[in-house]
Ligand binder design. Structure first.
Ligand code: ATP
Ligand code: MG
Length: 381
């Protein structure tokens, strides 16, 4: 019988929490495969999924995007019986092959043959029946044989998964998502650490409304592959920007602007029961990202601000953005809602006292922050 065997990643190491992690992974797999109505079973140390071979390609595409899966294989399930395992091998013997290897792992040490004995027995069988040569270094086909306490599985390919932890096994984060390259990659990194992510984008619709909106929504659509459910808050920022520009010296505007973003994001975090933020900041990349300025900006966040790109070089971030599928969208031309705030000589060593002083002068800041949250549009993916 055909099935998918899923090996999970760090979950196996989690001792008492293992049950909790496994349940999360199972429910995430069910969510991503919901249109195939999969039956997912928990076996010792692995999962087994029933599937229709016609759906193999689509299922493969989805499972590679599920955090927590180390690898998975389209397998033949057999009884714990050598003749039955041979039949499973026969099922996987099609195509042009000249050399082969058998690699047995025995999850259940009580099985009557050990891995080496099985390799030899099954190897002899294949060699005699098909005339293929054993080649342990570069075989045309490898038969992986897994003996568990209840079943045996045979497969010929281990497909690498994302690894990490299943989404939902760690606390929720609010992602400050610009239309740029870095912030989508930063959010992606946190999926792998088990964090569900709520997206927040600040916009000034007066500048190229449809283009910006379309871009951000497309980025979220790509990122929503990696978690069962995504929400995007589109926050109107125009009024606050006007008020800010009227009183804040231009060299400080970017810093104040980002502090206000965090004030709004805090209110959204509360609604979403999020425990922190994730941004695309990379130390020294632009003026607002000196350590001095980041310290002043994050002071407004109150919750932890995670910055997985902090130590990454731009080239590496770009390569990652390409591999997760956000790069081509992020590089579409658009005018950033805050580009007009960029000063020719921005402050690079801001001091909190100075910034707090200018913030006092922003007319109706508290009120405008609340209004911005209220007027946010929330979209589900
Ligand atoms: P990115 O490529 O992520 O846009 P960047 O290098 O362009 O980053 P900045 O524009 O200074 O850097 O923004 C730094 C971080 O601030 C972003 O990574 C993002 O987390 C947040 N941010 C900036 N603009 C917005 C916005 N309009 N809405 C939400 N978050 C934003
Ligand atoms: Mg940006």
């Amino acid at each position: 019988m055909k099935c998918i065997v899923v090996h999970y990643s760090e979950i196996g190491l989690k001792g008492k929490n293992r049950d909790f992690f496994e349940r999360k992974l199972v429910s995430n797999i069910k969510a991503t495969l919901k249109d195939f109505a999969p039956i997912v079973k928990r076996l010792s140390g692995r999962l087994m999924i029933d599937y229709d071979p016609d759906d193999e390609k689509k299922i493969r595409e989805r499972l590679v995007s599920v955090p927590g899966i180390a690898s998975f294989s389209f397998a033949e399930q057999a009884d714990r019986d050598v003749d039955d395992i041979k039949k499973a091998i026969d099922e996987l013997s099609g195509g042009k092959v000249k050399s082969f290897a058998i690699k047995t792992t025995r999850g259940d040490k009580n099985f009557k043959y050990d891995s080496q004995e099985l390799n030899v027995m099954l190897g002899d069988y294949v060699n005699e029946k098909y005339g293929w040569k054993v080649d342990l270094t570069k075989p045309d086909r490898t038969f992986f044989v897994e003996i568990t306490s209840g079943d045996a599985f045979v497969y010929t390919e281990k497909i690498r998964g994302m690894g990490g932890l299943p989404v939902g096994s760690s606390g929720r984060l609010v992602s400050l998502l610009s239309g740029g390259i870095d912030s989508p990659v930063a959010a992606f990194e946190m999926f792998k650490r088990g964090c569900p992510v709520t997206f927040v984008h600040f916009h000034n619709w007066s500048a190229q409304k449809d283009i910006v909106r379309d871009k951000v929504e497309r980025i979220v659509t790509v990122l929503s592959r990696y978690q069962p459910e995504s929400r995007l808050y589109l926050v109107p920022f125009e009024e606050l920007q006007k008020s800010l520009v009227a009183s804040v010296p231009s060299k400080y505007r970017m810093i104040v602007y980002r502090r206000i973003m965090f004030r709004i994001a805090r209110m959204i975090a509360e609604k979403e029961k999020a425990l922190g933020f994730v941004t695309g900041d990379s130390v020294g990349q632009v003026a607002s990202q000196t350590l001095e300025n980041l310290g002043v900006i994050y002071d407004a966040a109150k919750l932890p601000v995670l910055t997985p790109m902090a130590g990454a070089n731009k080239d590496d971030i770009i390569a990652k953005a390409k591999s997760i599928g956000t790069y081509d969208i992020s590089t579409l031309p658009y005018s950033d809602c805050c580009s007009f705030l960029v000063d020719k000589h921005p402050e690079t060593k801001a001091r909190l006292e100075d910034i707090q002083k200018v913030e006092v002068g922003i007319k109706d800041m508290g009120k405008l922050v609340k209004i911005a949250v209220k007027r946010s549009e929330v979209k589900k993916y």
